[in-house]
Ligand binder design. Structure first.
Ligand SMILES: [Zn+2]
Length: 153
């Protein structure tokens, strides 16, 4: 099925279509509980939906301001309505924006299960420890040159 329909329409993993995207109202699962696909792989991947969320808040605030201005010329107290509309719109669309973005990442090939840790990864060489040098005690040892000359009578 279409990953966008699965993610945005049903809040399901766009890879397998079964696992839940969210473990709470706001919290995205890091991996799909069914197929193990990792939704949150690189923090840099999430700049776009964050900006998109701010954009929704700002756009709805501007829209509310225009509506209130037309209705009653921005009477006293309008600011609370505008803030409420901005916060409400952001919260209402929050899950959809995140789910939509998981679908986008899936389309771009960024959502897939983590590779199983193979036996090769544990048979590597132990990290070599370098002995810490504790020399260099007092490098500023006095290297005073004797300046006293023999008397030149
Ligand atoms: Zn899945």
């Amino acid at each position: 099925m279409d990953p966008f329909h699965l993610a945005v329409g049903q809040n399901r993993c766009p890879v397998c279509g079964q696992g839940a995207l969210f473990k709470g109202w706001f919290t995205l699962n890091e991996t799909c509980p069914v197929c193990g696909s990792r939704f949150f792989r690189d923090p840099g991947n999430w700049t776009a939906p964050t900006a998109f969320g701010y954009g929704i808040g700002a756009a709805s605030a501007v829209l509310a301001m225009v509506v209130l201005w037309v209705i009653d010329g921005l009477a006293s107290g309008s600011e609370f309505i505008i803030i409420g509309v901005a916060v409400g719109a952001t919260l209402l669309t929050f899950r959809h924006v995140k789910a939509w973005w998981v679908a986008v990442l899936t389309r771009m090939g960024h959502v897939y299960p983590d590779p199983e840790p193979g036996p090769d990864e544990t048979s590597g060489e132990p990290p070599a420890e370098e002995p810490a040098e504790e020399g260099a005690e007092d490098a500023a040892a006095s290297s005073r040159e004797p300046t006293a000359r023999a008397g030149t009578d």
